[in-house]
Design a protein around this ligand. Structure first.
Ligand code: 4AD
Ligand code: MG
Length: 458
């Protein structure tokens, strides 16, 4: 039985069989205590016994932090505080032993940096158990939210021929082993893509948006939770090479309503986590992420401010910041943090100059585009990037020329503007950053089970 099921459904004096890993083991004269967890819940369960038949006495010594065991026993009320019930053990079997001298998590509490050396084991720790259960809840809540809002969930291809964002580095995909250059198909001094799997250069997608637009311009409200891949040469605490990318797209909407979907979604997830991960939040709040409980409540009730890029620049220029942005600049992390501090909450920065944004954004007459970035406090910075899409064929082609975006491979995209074009828009939200926001983890590598980052793919 899963420990979560026992805690929820089993009654005192019922017989139970529980399996899991030993979190701690305390042996006293006639009594032993084990804290056991199987990952199904935050709290685990306490086991106690006085005389248990677990074979010969040498086996007793094998019960060490990290070993896996199965016990049979009876659920009893716990006289001690910390838990309401515990298992009085009748039989204990060691399933997988550990050598305490070799098990990395045996004794000392490790900090997050050190734990990253043990990615395969860290989900057994209380903190990562809490973080990953919250991450799973974000995923469940996301699907629940978009189902309620009547979006279709469809994941487009990840291997693609277009670079979408332009600027965000792409990974090329090949079926060839590139180790020995002499064995590669070369024609006229260049790699001969016709000899590769797809017969042409292909990439891992940096965003599913373009395909999602095509699906939306037929089905309306759609979303994906695909992975996106970016070969940015940065190892900041907010960038990974592979991230979970919630992207939505809808037709006959406006920029304002798009932003409101983003706000509604984030607040929904706040509530969802509060309803489903109370113990996880308490666990993080009490130790590694003090204040996270209040943070979630604060975001749930926050005003999401809206300011145009132009006004944001004016504000920043009148600030006491050391390096102030000029009109036309992208916003640095410092500027993002300044703005969320100034407004004391989340801020949508809207109507960016088209020069520093992507080709597909709907152009306005004044050199800006119908776009927004959502900036979040708590040093998260940009959480969402979104826009209305350019739906005029002529304007799209002209800006593609200007930004040197090749039409080759994007015919499907420009076609959407040729045949029954409709106003539409969408956004992308980094789920891993959202998870940082809701767990208090300050490094994106600590919300991803196996993070992959520049110069770091273990
Ligand atoms: O702002 P971005 O680049 O927008 C797009 O990709 C659009 N095509 C989305 C759309 O309109 N459908 O990325 C969107 C979000 C960012 O705000 C950020 O939260 C996250 O994706 N993100 C990353 N997260 C982790 N690591 C990275 N390297 C990320 N790059 C972007
Ligand atoms: Mg962006």
């Amino acid at each position: 039985m899963k420990i979560s099921n026992i805690l929820q459904d089993s009654k005192v004096s019922e017989s139970v069989t529980v399996s899991g890993w030993v979190v701690t083991c305390r042996k006293q004269k006639n009594m032993s205590f084990i804290k056991l967890n199987d990952g199904s819940c935050s709290e685990g369960i306490q086991l106690i016994w006085d005389e248990v038949d677990i074979g010969d006495s040498s086996q007793q010594n094998m019960i060490q932090t990290g070993c896996s065991i199965t016990v049979e026993g009876v659920l009893v009320e716990s006289p001690a505080k910390g838990q309401s019930v515990e298992v009085q053990v009748n039989k204990l079997t060691i399933i997988g032993s550990v050598d305490p001298d070799k098990y990395p998590l045996a004794k000392t509490r490790m900090n997050l940096d050190t734990l990253r050396n043990y990615l395969h084991l860290r989900s057994r720790t209380a903190n990562f158990g809490n973080v990953f259960r919250i991450k799973s809840a974000i995923s469940h809540g996301t699907h629940e939210f978009f189902k309620k809002e009547r979006y279709l969930h469809l994941d487009p291809n990840i291997i693609t021929v277009n670079e979408c964002e332009g600027g965000a580095g792409v990974f090329q995909v090949t079926e060839h082993d590139l180790t020995d250059a002499n064995k590669l198909p070369i024609k006229d001094g260049k790699y001969d893509w016709t000899k590769d799997h797809f017969g042409k250069p292909v990439f891992l997608t940096v965003s599913s948006q373009l395909q999602l637009e095509a699906i939306s311009c037929g089905l309306g409200a759609v979303y994906t939770t695909n992975k996106s891949f970016r070969s940015e040469h940065s190892s900041t605490s907010k960038h990974v090479s592979e991230f979970t990318h919630l992207e939505i797209e809808d037709i006959f909407i406006e920029l304002e309503s798009l932003m409101n979907v983003g706000e509604r979604y984030i607040k929904y997830i706040c509530q969802y986590i509060q309803d489903n991960c109370n113990l996880e939040i308490e666990g993080l709040n009490g130790f590694i992420s003090k204040g996270i409980k209040d943070r979630i409540e604060t975001i749930k009730n926050a005003t999401f401010h809206k300011i145009t890029y132009k006004d944001a620049i004016k504000l920043l220029q009148s600030s006491d910041m050391k390096e102030k942005p000029n009109d036309g600049d992208d916003l640095s992390s410092e500027s993002e943090n300044w703005l969320t501090k100034h407004f004391d909450g989340p801020v949508f920065v809207t109507h960016w100059p088209i020069n520093i944004k992507s080709f597909y954004m709907k152009q306005c007459d004044d050199g800006t585009c119908e776009s927004f970035d959502l900036l979040m406090p708590y040093k998260i910075g940009e959480l969402i990037g979104g826009s209305m899409r350019e739906d005029s064929y002529d304007k799209l082609i002209s800006i593609m020329k200007q930004k040197k975006i090749p039409e080759n491979g994007l015919e499907f995209y420009t076609d959407l503007r040729k045949f029954g074009s409709v106003p539409h828009g969408g956004f992308g939200l980094g789920i891993d950053r959202l998870c940082m926001l809701f767990t208090g983890m300050e490094n994106i590598k600590d919300v991803i089970p196996f993070p992959v980052q520049y110069k770091n793919c273990e």
